[in-house]
Unconditional design. Sequence first.
Length: 251
Amino acid sequence: MISSYTANLAAFLTVERMQSPIESVEDLAGQNKIKYGTLSGGSTYQFFKLSKGIDVFKRMWDYMSKRPDVFVNKTEEGIARVKRGDYAFILESTWNEYYTQRNCDLMRVGGLLDSKGYGIGLPSGSPYRDMISESILMFQKSQDLENLRRRWWRQKNITVRCEDPKDKKAEPSGLSFDQVAGIYVVLIGGMLVAMVTVAGEFCYKSIRRADKDKQPIMTELWQELKLALRCCGGSRKRPADHLARKAQEAA
């Protein structure tokens, strides 16, 4: 049983590893089954196009540039392709979080590819630059910007709350009964074979003893059964008339 359980557990863990989803951009770039693309002409598009120094990003751009069909014209179009399957849409983290919070069929995979901040563009020498910069820093320090982001990204217009798989606590997965049923089949089969063997041996010995003692078979079986139920060792005493016949024959 231990050997069978160990074999089932090893096979189960192997399948679990094989079925693991893509966890990083390296995993995505190293496979051919799932297509991936970006918003055509967007900031992510330009990021890959200009990433010449990082090998994995260069390979991804080579893949996408040779397959124009992987690019989409609208973010909603990319989300729809993801939901149809076998497609990964690479987009800005803010939009990624926005959509995954509102559609539980979507999930975010891997970390950030790059990090850039947003800014407010003003004419050169604008007198409002310092005031706006100070106000933004004040909002950041008071957590007002974070509260606004949480309100509009995680609370506003959300009918169903989706949990990021990365935020879930890892729970150990166990073998189901179907996966270990073979162990019990072997065990029950072995018990049945053992019971049949014991019953056959019991009947065989009882028949031989009945023939030897000139007793009815059912009587001998009953006596042997009573002896077995009493858990008594050794052999039964032979009937007195049989012993008497033996003595007469010897005389």
